[in-house]
Design a protein around this ligand. Structure first.
Ligand SMILES: NC(=O)c1ccc[n+]([C@@H]2O[C@H](COP(=O)([O-])OP(=O)(O)OC[C@H]3O[C@@H](n4cnc5c(N)ncnc54)[C@H](O)[C@@H]3O)[C@@H](O)[C@H]2O)c1
Length: 294
């Protein structure tokens, strides 16, 4: 679709990381931006900064796992700006689950599903009918991950399951929009090609009481810096992709009407081939076994 001055973009998870970078980029393209996030102080700081830089901004505290909260966001967005052209269902969390799947706490699954899966569905339900009815061009970008979106990292399996769901949900959305001859497109985003220096490793900062852990963690949460240092000690230098690069990639992808917002990466391509080949060969998923040895 054509992105032009005066259009409106809604971004969830906009107070930090990739969401904030996308909001900044949309604003730089002349779009009005609706920032939604559960972390109130960070959200208002981000909105104030964008407004100071000259953007037209509206910010609302939202829990994407709560259907009513997302409906209220849609009402407020339409009331404030009268239209929505781009919707980025981007809010996401790491689950904090430890150990093997049979040892996970149900609340780890419930929380990650509430934000990463239900959050995307709530966004689609609250906004897409209005976007279609407006008759104006529009686009939905749902944030998945290579972890699960391509193949699971079994050490982060809850997250992987949610991100696999985001791919399937977006493929289904794409088909439904086509069947409807809607002027609204859909894309699934795999941020990368490398890791991103964002708040994702501190997702537990936003974990709500209703999904609280029921027992103490066996090991403390590891920060991104601690993980990077451990990787370095093991001889691996971790590469990072700047969030601004992801945001620029999203904007280009929307303009080009690209469904797979999957940056070029030999690593991703190897994973895709290995998984597809295992299915085509009806062979067991040996590409996962290296993770099972830990
Ligand atoms: N960081 C990475 O390496 C990476 C890789 C692939 C995919 N992703 C995905 O990118 C997206 C953005 O994450 P990020 O890396 O920028 O992390 P981040 O923690 O910096 O940003 C996520 C934002 O979502 C918000 N959020 C959390 N729960 C919410 C809820 N219930 N309702 C509304 N907002 C909520 C957080 O407050 C935060 O501002 C996520 O979907 C994540 O899974 C990240």
């Amino acid at each position: 679709m054509r992105l032009s001055q005066g259009q409106v973009a809604v971004v969830t998870g906009a107070a930090s990381g990739i969401g904030l970078a996308m909001a900044r980029r949309f604003a730089a393209e002349g779009l009005k931006v609706v920032l939604a996030d559960v972390e109130k102080a960070a959200l208002h700081k981000a909105a104030d900064q964008l407004a100071q830089d000259g953007a037209r901004v509206f910010a609302q505290t939202v829990d994407v796992g709560d259907r009513d909260s997302v409906s209220e966001l849609a009402d407020a967005a339409y009331e404030t700006f009268g239209a929505v052209h781009v919707l980025c269902n981007n809010a996401g969390v790491g689950s904090g689950a430890e150990g093997r799947m049979w040892e996970h706490e149900p609340n780890d699954w419930k929380w990650a599903f509430a934000v990463n899966v239900w959050g995307v569905f709530h966004g689609i339900q609250a906004f897409v009918p209005h976007m279609i009815a407006s008759g104006e061009p529009g686009h939905v970008v749902n944030t998945s991950s290579g972890d699960g979106g391509i193949a699971p990292l079994p050490t982060a399996s809850v997250y992987a399951v949610t991100k696999a769901a985001v791919v399937t949900m977006t493929e289904s959305l794409y088909a439904h929009l086509k069947a409807e001859h809607a002027r609204v497109g859909a894309s699934v985003l795999f941020p990368g090609p490398h890791m991103l220096r964002t708040g994702l490793w501190e997702s537990h900062r936003n974990r709500p009481e209703r999904y609280a852990k029921e027992r103490p963690r066996r090991t403390p949460y590891r920060s991104l810096d601690q993980w990077q240092a451990a990787m370095k000690d093991a001889g691996h230098e971790v590469a990072f992709t700047p969030v601004e690069e992801v945001a620029a990639f999203v904007v280009d992808g929307i303009r080009a009407g690209r469904f797979w917002l999957l940056p070029a990466s030999e690593h991703s391509d190897r994973q895709i081939r290995a998984r597809a080949q295992s299915m085509l060969d009806r062979a067991n998923p040996s590409y996962l076994e290296k993770f099972i040895l830990d």
